[in-house]
Design a protein around this ligand. Sequence first.
Ligand code: EPS
Length: 376
Amino acid sequence: MSLRLLTAGDSHGPELVAVLDGMPAGVPLTAADIDKDLRRRQGGHGRGARSTRVERDRAELVSGVVAGLTTGAPLGLRIPNLDFLNQPATRPPITAPRPGHADLAGSVKFGLSDLRVVRERASARETAARVAAGAAARALLRAVGVTVGSFVTGVGAVQALPDLAHLASDRLAEFSARAEEDPVRCWDEAASARMVEAVDRARVERQTLGGSFVVHAVGLPVGIGSHTQADLRLDSRLGAALLSIPAVKGVELGPAFEVCQRDGAAVQDAIVVEGSGLSRPTNFAGGLEGGMTNGMPVVARCAMKPLSSVRTPLESVDLESGAAAAPPYVRSDICAVPAAAVVGEAVVALVLASAVLERFGGDRLDLIHASMSKLE
Ligand code: EPS
């Protein structure tokens, strides 16, 4: 048993929808749980007018929950787009593709001459639906003692990278708790102030900024995922999920880009006895060995490129006339790294919840608890 998610809907269409199949019965879940994550995704200094003033994302739970508990039936979710009401009935077609976006490849692929049609579905607005479904996965993880969090480690040139190999669970929880209160979801107050300044400067300079963020999961039992097939390796599943976030172009598990520069013996996580069990004093592996959890926090870091919708004119071609043409600037965000971190939590929660279901059986939360306690 594993989770399957499909989403539908356009950026400025009437609504986004998500269907999450495979949730076990008995998991406490309310629309308020989902709305909380939807609100978190809309925040962050550098978001544009739409995310901060137009949309007030709320989910309607259409199916799969009765009296606050999941039923085992597919979860149906709807998120109305409030900006739909502001759209004119007809608009002239867009024919000059924006570099960095899906416009060019999507129009060639589907034979669409109005690039707006491609843009509508490719928009990062879609991640609202994934965050809504991710909130359900998070609820399942919470019910089995797993928490997922995130914090920002860079915005533009401002870096705030903690020592990921030596961060214990409580420090990760502390960092993500600080991020909750921070305007750019940063764990470090001094760096955060410089990040805010960098975003303000980028706005004045008609630029956009990318950055990096960490997503972590604490409390996972040993052996989630599997070394036995390439597609079951949790590393490959987490990597694919995180790389599916728009503008995320790089992912590392643990401090991989630091580890790759060092001697082998210096970056292994020793196995030591602690009390009645085993423990690992460091976490260079990011909580994953052989494609499986090893009981340490799962730690992934993502690199997000600067948003491609920049106010500075970019070089492109009008596909109808064949002449050079700068695509029109379309209202957008300056920096969406804090939002992407919340999306990162959602996609990681979906992968982990799915892998937990595969390991401990899937139909009912009480049976999952029973099966987990047999291993304790
Ligand atoms: C986006 C462009 C902006 C963002 C949008 C994603 O939308 P608009 O052009 O309507 O201002 O605000 O993100 C969201 C609306 C959201 O909820 O994340 C894009 O081109 O990807």
